[in-house]
Design a protein around this ligand. Sequence first.
Ligand SMILES: [Zn+2]
Length: 489
Amino acid sequence: MGDDLGARHASTLNEVLLPPGKQPPVAVVLETSAAASPAWQAATWLLCELVSRGLGHASKLTIFTGDTTAVIALPGVAVGEALGPALVARSAAIGGVPAVLPDTAPLDAITVRVGPGRSAAELEVIADNWAGGVRTPGAAPHLGLDEPTLLIGSLIGACHAAAALFRQARLSEPGHSSVWHDGWALQLSNLTDATPTAGPNRAVLALDDLVLAGMGAVGNAFALTALTHPGAMGTLRGADYDHIDLTNLNRCLLFVRDHLGQLKADVANAVTRDLGQPHAALLVTPDRAERAFRESSGPTLVSVVDTNRAREAINQLVPRTALAGSTFNLRVQTNTFGQPGPCLRCGNPPEPVEPDRDVKARVLAAKADELEDLAAQAGQTAGELLTWASTPGCGELDATVLPALRHEGPATFSVGFVSALSGVLLAATAIRAQHQPLGAPMIARAQLLRPGERLQGPQPSAADPGCPACGPRGALPETWRRIWGERPQ
Ligand SMILES: [Zn+2]
């Protein structure tokens, strides 16, 4: 398959990273001692998924699971199926880094062991119920459980293992790999400072109380984590009007090549039908979230949209509580909001939009071959497009043609483990919010470039005094009090 799947993580970020090229083979090992655990199976699935989508920093994936049978349904894996062959087939469906079952293990492979075991490995994925990470074998033996009952910690561990593999390929001096990331406390630590999580070992998640705005990469990981959470029940409602394209495949855990061109909403609904807990379901509407949830926004809005313009739009839904996950380069950020602020609009000025007349001027100035391309983008014939562009304010077509032709900003850097980690941490935060008051609004950042060097955790977050939504002249606080203020907490 082509290198295009790695295009979104090929940038050197202004020479912070080495260009793609050093691509060691990777071996992922799930030993018998961990093989019957849903948490370790899910972590193995996620790590194989992230390596498969990591074209440019791994050359080949060898999957050691012995004769393990799947005990949890995951994308591409059904309960009762042989796990190893299912993971290899899944990797082929993604069409990135090729995966094989062990025949002759490549001698120069970097080996990652998932969960407890005795085999030699460069890295171990470790986890308890809410925290996970990677360590070099033998380090920090007090961390991690043999059999976590929740999946959050092991999914976090898989993301950090993929991050460590990325750093080995893309940094000239990768430094220490070992980290521990607590999804309950949102604290990222090196192993010296790490402590087991304080989160409970059981936690119900009422999916009916959430609405999810966006089904991109962070939304995919959020939905997967929420639906597979052992305490999940109800229906998670989501909204996304976008289609799946090739640039999504390096990081969207629910989508593979066969889904290209289809609506994210339709595919997400279809592939999660038999996934996760028996009483948990996903229902994504192919529409903008501010329209889909206008009548019933629900108490908690989970924002995983990726533009400030979209954040501004869903801010108008005025949920009781809002949570947000976002990514930038190799950083993840988790936000909780409060009343009267901060809100989703605080410090997030909407991106400029190319004016309508500029789009039409581009069409009218296009040469014949460019015009054909634009027409294909807009789903019109060249003649129809020219007629549209030369007619002022042609209402009906404007709604479909303008969004299709408008210049978007330059494609930003993105890589799978960052988006996946953001979604898992956000799901952990959504579960925690149903168990204890989240307290003052906060922002928790974590960077995966040198994660062991700087401790990273939650910090208080304040409203932007100039915010047009929740600031002194904004309507948001009064609307919020009218809707939620009189009701018991
Ligand atoms: Zn605000």
